[in-house]
Design a protein around this ligand. Structure first.
Ligand SMILES: [Zn+2]
Length: 291
């Protein structure tokens, strides 16, 4: 196991952060606008999100770099600022954490499908390698390959991320199939855990996709299929659209009430995805470390 991961998990469950997209939207990012360029244009507001998580009790916070790979940046006409966007993203989170939290830099999917031939494995390897190297230059504590639906894409991202020498978390979205326990492509938690462990990920997880109740069984199944620590970041339920904006109905207390069971079932890192806010992290902290 990577020494930093060993050190973190040896002290008991680690609280990660909550959503970034919905928090940036609350600070003026338009619905459907691309968040990552805000690292250059609205660094103050991005820093507020990071700081609010560190203050609420997150011990690991991520970065606003989820979509900052060449393929997605090119669609935004921002490919020439790739290095800056990734590095600023890490710097903003490091400054906001101010030593209170570790910073793991986010790497999301490219949005292109290998299966349909829109991109080749080589394209993906190059895109993830470039982003991982740009992030690593700003010295984050780790990298998180997240919100992946395609196991092949996730494996390519993990091996590119590993070349930096940083610890790598790999997590996928399980929200499809009759029991909502498969990725969009039909991959089970067992298949994902085994393949991502073989690809060299230091931590294996699930994020986004569905409400926290559905993550209990997924956590157990990931735990049983790998010897790596497990990372769980659930959504605050499934949103309903109110006045053209997604509204999440799970409360921080409801969300936190599932945390003890997740920990008992083997999660080492717990936090939230879409719709979760700093008060969700505060509720998790009170639940794990009542003081
Ligand atoms: Zn999400």
């Amino acid at each position: 196991m990577h020494p930093l991961i060993q050190q973190l998990v040896s002290r008991g469950p680690i609280i990660t952060d909550g959503a970034w997209g919905t928090e940036l939207q609350a600070r003026g990012l338009g619905l459907g606008d691309f968040p990552d360029t805000w690292n250059l244009t609205h660094a103050e507001r991005v820093g507020e999100v990071a700081r609010s998580y560190a203050e609420a009790g997150s011990q690991v916070i991520l970065t606003n770099t989820f979509g900052a790979n060449r393929i997605r940046l090119a669609e935004q006409g921002a490919a020439d600022r790739l290095g800056e966007i990734n590095q600023r993203g890490v710097e903003i989170s490091l400054k906001a954490a101010n030593g209170r939290a570790r910073v793991f830099a986010s790497i999301g999917p490219t949005g292109k499908l290998l299966m349909s031939g829109e991109v080749t494995e080589e394209d993906l390897r190059a895109a993830f390698g470039e982003q991982a190297r740009a992030l690593a230059q700003a010295r984050p504590d780790g990298l998180v390959v997240e919100t992946m639906s395609d196991l092949e894409e996730a494996k390519l991202a993990v091996s590119a991320a590993r070349e930096t020498g940083l610890p790598v978390v790999a997590c996928m979205v399980f929200d499809s199939g009759r029991d909502k326990d498969r990725t969009m492509m039909g991959t089970t938690p067992e298949q994902a855990a085994q393949a991502l462990t073989e690809a060299g990920a230091d931590v294996i997880g699930a994020n986004c996709g569905q409400g926290i109740a559905g993550f209990i069984a997924i956590c157990r199944r990931l735990r049983a299929a790998t010897d790596r620590p497990v990372w769980i970041k659930a959504n605050a339920g499934l949103p309903t659209m109110v006045d053209g904006r997604p509204k999440y109905t799970t409360t921080p207390e409801q969300f936190a009430s599932y945390i003890p069971e997740l920990i008992q079932d083997g999660a080492s890192f717990v936090g939230g995805c879409c719709g979760t806010r700093p008060d969700f992290i505060g509720a998790i902290r009170r639940c794990l470390r009542p003081d």
